[in-house]
Design a protein around this ligand. Structure first.
Ligand code: BV8
Length: 227
């Protein structure tokens, strides 16, 4: 059985990582355009670095751990050896820390930085700033950016995701509000006879496309579904 899983910020919420669409629509006090677009970065790189440095520091704090949903997905992958692709919109590393191996972080990774000159990717650096030297060419200063996909940028692995969607027998969408594209479009790329299950606290604009909608917390419902 081929399984495709898509996770969003909701799967990490119970690990202590805030989701994106809080009531005030702001993202940790910032408008998305300010901190998660190439234009925002060009306009004020220091603010954007500060935003990601704070999220990176938070992710490294000891109380941020994978929760039962992350762990159940990792265990499920081991039982199905590699017939599962776990696509995540999250840029935290909780799936990887939980032991999932087939993870495709389609919106990038908070713990990696990328050179804007060469596209080389490096492990994260403490307090990334506009004067951080390039790890291999220290004479280059300030050419590093967070290795995350901002709005208006093309997500990672779209072809692999489309192939997996076309072959999936089971599609699970866990903790995503299904408003960010192209991630939100994946469910419609699955085969007509693919079994589609949505796990979320609330309904989403795509709930009607799913064969089964499970309402509840990911840390409870995912282990229940997979075990
Ligand atoms: C692109 C990285 C071109 C950065 C992120 C108008 C209409 C439609 C689309 C567009 C439009 N205008 C522009 C677009 C395109 C745009 C888009 O979709 N905008 C939206 C806002 C309208 N998309 C893009 O720009 C993308 N690029 O289109 O490029 C292209 C594409 C393909 C080919 C050629 C060209 C790039 C999008 C990526 C942006 N980067 N993140 C960073 O993280 O800092 S997106 C960001 O939102 C995060 O990755 C996040 O994961 C993602 C989606 O949010 P969710 O994960 O769903 O989180 P959210 O808070 O919204 O929801 C949480 C859910 O969990 C809720 O449903 C809640 O009920 C539930 N929940 C909460 N707690 C729990 C729970 N469920 C279970 N248990 C719980 N405990």
């Amino acid at each position: 059985m081929k399984i495709l899983v898509l996770t969003g910020a909701g799967i990490s919420a119970e690990s202590g990582i805030p989701t994106f669409r809080g009531d005030d629509g702001l993202w940790e006090g910032h408008a998305i355009e300010e901190v998660a677009t190439p234009q925002g970065f060009a306009r004020n790189p220091s603010l954007v670095h500060k935003f990601y440095n704070a999220r990176r520091a938070r992710l490294q704090e000891s109380d941020i751990q994978p929760n039962a949903a992350h762990l159940a997905l990792a265990e499920f992958e081991q039982q199905h050896n590699d017939d599962i692709l776990l696509v995540t919109q999250n840029i935290d590393n909780l799936h990887q820390r939980a032991g999932s191996r087939n993870v495709l972080p389609m919106h990038g990774e908070l713990l990696k930085v990328r050179c804007t000159k060469t596209d080389e990717i490096f492990p994260w650096t403490d307090d990334l700033s506009t004067s951080t030297p390039h790890p291999k060419n220290p004479q280059w200063l300030g050419c590093l950016r967070p290795h995350v996909v901002w709005f208006g940028e093309i997500p990672i692995g779209l072809e692999q995701i489309a192939d997996a969607a076309a072959e999936a027998d089971l599609f699970l969408a866990i903790g995503t509000s299904a408003v960010v594209y192209p991630a939100a479009g994946i469910v419609t790329a699955t085969r007509a006879d693919c079994r589609r299950i949505e796990i979320n606290l609330d309904d989403t604009p795509q709930s009607s496309i799913f064969d089964q909608t499970i309402r509840g917390k990911a840390s409870i419902e995912v282990p229940k579904l997979l075990r």
